[in-house]
Design a binder for this molecule. Structure first.
Ligand code: AHR
Length: 509
């Protein structure tokens, strides 16, 4: 949670936080990933068996990708889509590889070879150290297929699909906890697009049956952007079986300020979704109180938000059916750091967030035949997952604000847009971590910041050593982390167009 006072550019910026003002626990699952059968994410990203440069293990998995996922400490990975899941038949992707059928794929108009499927994904997650999160096909798929998949993955009984798993060489169930009830079912591009009424009716019945089969699973309801009547309605109807409500946002703009500050719209979306969740938890008696929500609670259970697709993405620049290979610059790096600030600030509402996507497709990592490129946005992801854990701290910021055009347009009229965007966390190791995006394209910000330690670790990404359009290539890593130290005295200068993480021991030692 951040409070903000706008100042003029002549006044001194100021950031205040205290370890006494812890607000909520940060769920480590906010640093999750997403791998879809799309472009080069799976084939050529996770799985590259034909690679001739010694970059794969005995499973055909890219070892450089695995190392980066481990470095990012990715706790959970969503799979197999995305839009892809609308026509996916999970049974095609298990069993002997030679017998797996090739199928037309209708989301991105490719051909799915099914050489990578459930068992390969489970093995990959085990190596990476991440929990799997599977999305069910509620497009062409049936409830019977979904129940069979849950049984295949989770059952230890002597039943058909659990035995198919055993025959495929996997005696021990995978115990997949997180299951999504479809993906973007409202989308006109979606195979078997649903109305909110049709989706809610189906999701309720699926939720009931899936939880009868395995009461330990957590179900993620398919929301929209968190600010729509779809979100309100499906929550209202399905809250009983909903553990998390999924929302998606992508931001981007050609101009730096509109681009870097766009993720503030996600902050508003989270606040609105949290209100819709609370609304759904109440009994509404329209006959008696047409305009009021009665105080009677429908359920004490409070679903969290699963922000299971987020990132900077301009689909015109990087079209989905061409593999969505975005090239990220310093402006995008500022946006991604701001996205992560939003998740930390709003941690009391967020159960999980998975960046879309993890490899090659709108991703922090790009593979080539001979190696891997860590894009600019890799670095804030790394610093956040490493240090912005524990509890969110309240922060007060005094800074100047942006007043120009925004993307989306409504952002300018609904939210304050400080040029210093801040979140703070108190780690379980007793360190205070302060994450600051200086979104200004031209001005450093010399800032008052009360620090109770004589040594502050400083990690800076972007800033004065970079131009706003700098990006990384295989031969030229222009943007990475710069490490330094500050003695905690005087003021701290946040460089223009930078992300900085400051870290010091709360007790000053
Ligand atoms: O992440 C890329 C695509 O964006 C996903 O498949 C879909 O869910 C969203 O529209």
């Amino acid at each position: 949670m951040t409070t903000f006072t706008e100042i003029t550019s002549a006044e001194r910026p100021w950031i205040y936080t205290s370890p006494d003002h812890a607000i909520s626990r940060i769920n480590p699952l906010i640093y999750g990933g997403f791998t879809e059968h799309m472009g080069r994410c799976i084939y050529g990203g996770l799985y590259d068996p034909e690679n001739q440069h010694g970059l794969v293990d005995e499973n055909g998995f890219r070892t450089d990708v695995i190392e980066c996922m481990k470095e990012l400490n990715v706790p959970v990975v969503r799979y197999p889509g995305g839009n892809f899941v609308a026509t996916y038949r999970w049974m095609d992707g298990v069993g002997p590889r030679a017998k797996r059928p090739k199928r037309p794929e209708l989301a991105w108009l490719g051909t799915e070879s099914n050489q990578f499927g459930t068992d390969e994904f489970m093995e990959w997650c085990k190596i990476v150290g991440a929990e799997p999160y599977l999305a069910l096909n509620m497009g062409t798929g049936t409830l019977e297929d979904a129940l069979a998949w849950v049984e295949y993955c989770n059952s230890d009984k002597d039943t058909y699909y659990a035995n198919v798993r055993r025959e495929n060489g996997h005696e021990v169930p995978y115990r997949v906890k997180y299951w999504a009830l479809g993906n973007e079912m409202w989308g006109p591009w979606y195979v078997e697009q649903h109305t909110k009424e049709d989706y809610a009716k189906k999701a309720y019945q699926w939720g009931k049956a899936l939880k009868l089969l395995d009461p330990s699973i957590k179900l993620i309801l398919c929301g929209k952007n968190g600010c729509s009547d779809w979100d309100r309605y499906v929550l209202q109807e399905c809250i009983r079986f909903t553990d998390m409500h999924s929302i998606h946002h992508y931001t981007s703009d050609k101009e730096h300020y509109a681009n870097a500050l766009a993720p503030k719209s996600a902050e508003r979306a989270i606040e609105i979704t949290a209100s819709l969740i609370d609304l759904a938890r109440c009994e509404i008696n329209m006959d008696v109180f047409p305009d009021e929500i009665s105080t009677k609670a429908k359920t004490r259970h409070r679903p969290t938000i699963c922000f299971d697709e987020w990132n900077v993405w301009d689909p015109e620049r990087a079209p989905g059916d061409k593999g969505a290979e975005e090239l990220y610059d310093v402006s995008d790096m500022c946006a991604v750091a701001l996205w992560l600030n939003v998740f930390v600030r709003q941690s009391r509402y967020i159960g999980m967030a998975t960046v879309a996507q993890s490899v090659n497709v709108i991703a922090p990592l790009m593979t080539t035949e001979t190696g891997i490129v860590k894009q600019t946005i890799y670095w804030p992801l790394l610093l956040f997952s490493k240090y912005m854990q524990g509890q969110t701290l309240a922060v007060h910021v005094r800074a100047s604000a942006y007043h120009g055009r925004t993307s989306p347009e409504w952002l300018a009229s609904t939210m304050e847009l400080p040029l210093l965007d801040v979140s703070a966390a108190l780690g379980d190791d007793g360190f205070i971590n302060v994450a600051v995006v200086n979104a200004s394209e031209t001005e450093d910000a010399e800032t008052e910041l009360k620090v109770t330690a004589e040594s502050v670790q400083v990690f800076t990404v972007g800033g004065n050593v970079n131009e706003i359009r700098d990006h990384n290539t295989k031969s030229d890593e222009k943007v990475s982390i710069r490490n330094s130290e500050w003695d905690g005295k005087g003021r701290f200068t946040f460089e223009k167009h930078s992300f900085t993480l400051l870290r010091w021991k709360a007790d000053g030692k």
